[in-house]
Every structure is written in C-alpha cells, then in structure tokens.
Design a protein around this ligand. Structure first.
Ligand code: ADE
Ligand code: ZN
Length: 318
C-alpha cells in the first residue's frame, strides 16, 4: 500500500544527486542545438535508447557527453531550477547537490558561469518554494590528484557558499587512498567531505574511505559484503547515501529485491535513499522510495525512518 502520495508527504532530504545527472534528454538536445555542441544522438528517442548501460564506466561515457551540452550561465540556472521544482513536489525540503565542474571546465566554461548560475537558482528556489538547496563541489577520481587540488583553489572565492566536497566518476582502479592529500586539504579548509565508495568496487574501498575521515559515504553497497564493516559503519553512524534505481541500472545489484539497503537499515546503519542521476536511471528520489518499498516490502514506518535519516544526515544547519 505504498504509493507515491504517501512518499511525497514525507519531509525528506536528497543528499546524493549530480546536478549534471538531472539533465533530461529533451533539455540536453535543446542545449546542444543552442550551444552548437554536436552529439551522436539526433532525437530524444535515440538518446533514451542509449540509456541502457552495461556498467558504471559505460554510463559515465554517456553522462559526460550529455553534460557537455551545458555551456551558459542560463543553462546551469535552468537545470537547477528544473531539478528543485521537481523534488519540491516530491516532498524534498533540503537538497545537498553535487556539481562536477571539471567536465565543464574542460569544455572551456568558466567556473563562475557554473557556480554563479547554480547558486542563483538555489537562492531563487529557496525564496519561491522554501526549499533549502546547497552546493557540494565534486572532483573526478579518474583524474590525477593534482587536478582535484587545483579545483579546491579554483572554488576558493565561493568557499562560504560551498557546503562540502565530494568525489565521483570511475571507482575501480581509483581507490580513496589515491586522494588522501586532497581530502586532508579539503578538511583543513573547513569543508565537510564525502566520497563514492563501494558502488563499483569492493568493501576495501569503503574501509579506505573511512580512513580519509569522510562525513558520509555515497552508495556503500559493498558494505553489506563484510559483517565487520557493517558493524563499524553502524557504530560510527556514518550515513550511506544509497541510490537503489541507479544500482539496478548500472548492474551493481541484479534487482531491487536483492538490494542490501533493508539489511543495512535493520543492522542499524544510517541508510538514506537518493536518486543519483534521475532521468538516466528511471526515477527521482520519491520514485526510489516507492520502487524500494515494492522490491523489498518496506513498511511505512521504514520509509519514514529513511526520510528521517536523510534529514538527520544533512550538513547544512537546519
Ligand atoms: N557521477 C554521476 N553518477 C555517478 C555514479 N553513480 N558513480 C560515480 N560517479 C557518478
Ligand atoms: Zn553518484
């Protein structure tokens, strides 16, 4: 009896969503045309057909191509407004949103175009809908650590408007320990930190992530493979920002019924539900709650706890 209306009625936070990963196919094609960016897909139908991913690296190839259509301040502003309008209707009262600037910087987009466009939308959405939206700047782990450190210097003028620092992209072969100096420097500058870990790589990557002293773990699916690690994550109270529809779409788990989120929740881990890259994976945050409830038989009480966990795991002061 879990329907979308019940899930929407729960006040909740979204803590794991990549702004460039919220770009809808029709919007991406419009941006490509307007900005003179060529794409290998000519229609919305063709683009949607490409959203059939073998794994995380295959998805990232498409994501970076699609994200490359964003070029102007208005593109970033509109994207953030569209996302916040959608999740406001889903009962999201607070959002801490990843922006992966390196993709855009590579295409020659100045950092102020990205950050000022996004932050202006966050302010306007706050005034219009009362939603509290915050910015987390993410670095990509397939690059050298020096490039991540350069990003910290680049965003220095926005330090007070950036709630934290995160890290995504191709996980396997790029372990958390590769970025030990980067995370230490981010923490020294006063940022909260998080990292994708245990999505496409084993539990040992989560152990390394904890060694970095991060405040949250993004995904953390592999935690469930290691009983000692389950206990450690539960005892530490480090939240996992899990994304069940993403994990099915990228073949991290075979089905929602096989997702470990309920087992981890039962073990006392601070589990939260999130969307990651909603149009790519078939659903926004409320859809992730509904689909998880259907796949795992979650009760209203469990969904309420997941929503409460998300609000308790926010970095921004309430
Ligand atoms: N960037 C966008 N979505 C991601 C994911 N699921 N894992 C790693 N990097 C990402
Ligand atoms: Zn992610």
């Amino acid at each position: 009896d879990i329907d979308l209306a019940f899930v929407r009625s729960l006040p909740k936070a979204e803590l794991h969503v990549h702004l460039e990963g919220t770009l809808e196919p029709a919007t991406a094609l419009a941006c490509a045309r307007r900005n003179g960016v060529s794409l290998p897909w000519g229609s919305e139908e063709e683009l949607r057909a490409a959203y059939d991913f073998a794994d995380l690296p295959a998805f990232l190839e498409v994501l970076f191509r699609v994200a490359g259509t964003l070029r102007q301040r208005q593109d970033f502003f509109d994207l953030a407004m569209d996302y916040l309008r959608h999740v406001h209707a889903d009962g999201v009262t607070r959002a801490e949103v990843f922006v992966g600037s390196q993709t855009f910087l590579d295409a020659g987009v100045p950092i102020e175009v990205i950050l000022d466009g996004v932050l202006a939308a966050f302010r306007e959405a706050g005034e219009e809908w009362g939603i509290d939206a915050r910015l987390i700047c993410t670095a990509q782990r397939h690059r050298e650590e020096s490039t991540a450190l350069e990003l910290l210097d680049l965003i220095e003028p926005w330090r007070e408007q950036v709630i934290g620092i995160g890290m995504g992209s191709a996980e396997r072969g790029n372990p958390p320990s590769k970025f030990a100096r980067f995370f230490a420097e981010a923490q020294r500058r006063g940022y909260r930190t998080t990292i994708h870990a245990g999505e496409d790589a084993p539990a040992s990557y989560v152990v390394e992530a904890l060694e970095l002293g991060v405040d949250r773990i993004d995904h953390g699916v592999a935690v469930a493979d290691d009983p000692a690690l389950i206990r450690r994550v539960a005892d530490l109270g480090v939240p996992l920002t899990m994304c069940p529809l993403s994990n099915v779409a990228l073949k991290v788990v075979p089905t929602l019924a096989a997702h470990p989120l309920k087992r981890l929740l039962d073990a006392g881990v601070v589990v939260t539900l999130n969307s990651d890259d909603p149009p790519f994976f078939g659903g926004y945050v409320a859809d992730n709650y509904v689909a998880s409830a259907a796949g795992l038989g979650l009760t209203r009480a469990e969904l309420t706890r997941l929503a409460e966990n998300s609000l308790a795991s926010c970095w921004a002061p309430s």
